[in-house]
Design a protein around this ligand. Structure first.
Ligand code: ADP
Ligand code: ADP
Length: 227
């Protein structure tokens, strides 16, 4: 089944033609797929993700999440941003940060706690649950962001250059974590990056974007060796 359907999506900042950031994009992402979108810096990748996440209202086009048109910020979608240092609350512990978005849902306290523990286990941070973001390395902070996204059990996980600000070793670990999440958790992931190697290494599929304004120039399946 199709998880995400983007049709004729265009976005102009301030509604001005000169500020066209995304140009008539159409594509779908199937459930369980890890799709990478790759394109040069400034081509409109973040804008595209923000439109999908409902954080920016696209000038034109539609976004459907399992068939329903996205209006506002859908509950069954989570985003991991590049800038982990600004996406965590410094006054909350690791567990508090992961639990935070769940507090605005109807999920009961015990169930919330269980989800937090499970998500922390997934990213290998159970031992750091009482620490604060500033006590953690950048890579660990990004793990917390990923755990927070997973705790809400999103139908679609959006990742915006999630590994661009961590060192190479950590990037390998987090790339593997992302693939594990997709394969073992059955998550649908849409990740944008400017790193072609990363997109080919991670993606089941790579959508290649042009220079700004972003439009799709190629949609390539990546064949993985049989396991
Ligand atoms: P990428 O994520 O591929 O680096 P962005 O989506 O951030 O690209 O930016 C695409 C284009 O939109 C760029 O020309 C950028 O300067 C412009 N842009 C991004 N955010 C805004 C904004 N808030 N207001 C006006 N222009 C913006
Ligand atoms: P080796 O098997 O030689 O030890 P590495 O552990 O260095 O290889 O890398 C594992 C695989 O990941 C290699 O096939 C490498 O080409 C591939 N790869 C390429 N680009 C990236 C990337 N950006 N992130 C992670 N892996 C990558």
């Amino acid at each position: 089944p199709t998880m995400l359907e983007v049709r004729g999506l265009s976005h102009r900042y301030d509604g001005r033609e000169a500020h066209l950031a995304v140009n008539d994009l159409s594509f779908t992402v199937e459930a369980g797929e890890l799709a990478c979108i790759v394109g040069p810096s400034g081509c409109g990748k973040s804008t595209l993700l923000r439109c999908i996440a409902g954080l920016v209202k696209a000038s034109e086009g539609t976004v459907r999440l399992h068939g329903d048109e996205v209006v506002g910020v859908p509950a069954d979608l989570a985003v991991v941003f590049q800038d982990y240092s600004r996406s965590l609350f410094p006054w909350l512990s690791v567990a508090g940060n992961v639990e935070f978005p769940l507090k605005s849902t109807k999920i009961a306290r015990d169930d919330r706690r269980r989800r937090v523990e499970e998500a922390l286990e997934w990213v290998g941070l159970s031992g750091a649950r009482r620490k604060y973001p500033w006590q953690l390395s950048g890579g660990m902070q990004q793990r917390v962001s990923i755990a927070r996204a997973l705790a809400s059990r999103p139908a679609l996980l959006l990742m915006d250059e999630p590994f661009a600000s961590v060192d190479a070793q950590t990037r390998f670990e987090l790339e593997d974590l992302t693939r594990r999440v997709q394969r073992e958790h059955g998550s649908t992931v849409l990740l944008v990056t400017h790193d072609i190697d990363e997109s080919v290494y991670l993606g089941d599929r790579v959508l290649v974007l042009s220079k700004s304004p972003a439009s799709i120039v190629a949609d390539l399946p990546v064949s993985l060796p049989a396991e």
